[in-house]
Design a protein. Structure first.
Length: 330
């Protein structure tokens, strides 16, 4: 069974084709809108929606051609139902449902974060259930206990800014532009550790929640008072975020007795975070799994894969819905 995946939750248009029978990804393609939104310092929802309309058909043709398949070979379609920008989600949902109706094949809405959470299973050496998942994307920082597909329990989440949002806001304060995460991480590689000391919000709290807005404020205060060296400040910021994420992940693993950690989402590609988690895993005896770097950002492959795991023929007449706000546990 070939499943087509459609991702349009924000500022990347992703399309992929997954072969459920063979258990492998045949092809995928992503178009990023970063260059378009950079002039505005962030995502403009209306522009994002219009660009998804322009990109979906060419990307679908590209993926089918790369996989040496035709649209007639597709037996099911998965699309991102939410969360995300309402207009952007509607574009993907309309395309998926229209194509499914025309072909008479099943269509299934997928939770965007579920796609991220399951994406490490696409790797050559995937993790086994159960595991703890750290979801760190632009607007989400969450710790989940994952027992299996569709069986997720929220352990903790950010109480204000997510890690990705803190990266973007800090990048703006440092004059690095948009998107901020990769720019801050790259600048931090040239910085000297320990020159500036920033707070580690909630690192000592016994729960699994996060808070990064105060860290961003501390960066602003330091910039106003000391005119700090940018690379050293970026290093201090990244070290603070990484310390908090590593501490919370370690606490969640110890509390549950699990020994497998899965890291997914855009921030999961951060080199400093990966290095710190790998080192902590060696020290504390747990294994860490990540998606392939190209699957850390939003992509159609994770949606096609999640849909392939959950799809049945009874889904042929699934309702047309989008959910801009959607709890993963629900």
């Amino acid at each position: 069974m070939l499943v087509l995946g459609i991702e349009t939750s924000c500022d990347e248009t992703g399309v992929a084709l997954y072969d459920r029978s063979a258990g492998r990804l045949l092809a995928h393609a992503v178009y990023s809108q970063v260059a378009m939104h950079e002039a505005y310092g962030g995502v403009v929802p209306e522009l994002a929606s219009r660009d998804h309309i322009r990109r979906l058909v060419p990307l679908t043709r590209q993926v089918l051609s790369k996989a040496q398949k035709t649209i007639g070979d597709v037996a099911g379609i998965g699309y991102t139902e939410g969360p995300g920008l309402a207009g952007a989600l509607l574009v993907g949902a309309s395309f998926a449902h229209g194509l499914a109706l025309a072909r008479g094949i099943p269509v299934l809405g997928i939770h965007h974060l579920e796609g991220h959470l399951l994406s490490p299973l696409l790797s050559e050496h995937p993790p086994s259930f159960p595991f703890i998942a750290l979801l760190v994307s632009g607007g989400h920082t969450q710790l989940m206990r994952v027992e299996g597909v569709g069986r997720y329990a929220l352990l903790g989440e950010t109480q204000d800014d997510a890690a990705g949002e803190a990266f973007d806001k800090t990048a703006k304060l440092l004059g690095l532009g948009y998107p901020g995460g990769p720019a801050v991480s790259s600048l931090a590689e040239r910085g000297k550790a320990g020159r500036y000391r920033l707070p580690r919000p909630m690192i000592a709290s016994p729960d699994f929640d996060f808070s990064f807005s105060g860290l961003k404020t501390a960066v602003l205060t330091l910039i106003k008072s000391e005119s700090p060296e940018p690379a050293d400040l970026a290093r201090a910021f990244v070290d603070a975020v990484v310390d908090v994420l590593v501490a919370k992940c370690t606490r969640a693993l110890e509390s549950t007795g699990l020994t497998t950690l899965v890291v997914a989402g855009g921030v999961g590609a951060n080199k400093q975070l990966r290095a710190a988690l790998d080192k902590q895993g060696e020290r504390c005896g747990f294994d860490v799994f990540y998606p392939e770097p190209e699957l850390c950002t939003d992509n159609g492959a994770m949606i096609a894969f999640a849909a392939a795991l959950k799809m049945t023929e009874q889904r042929a007449h699934a309702r047309f819905t989008v959910k801009p706000r959607w709890d993963l546990e629900g």
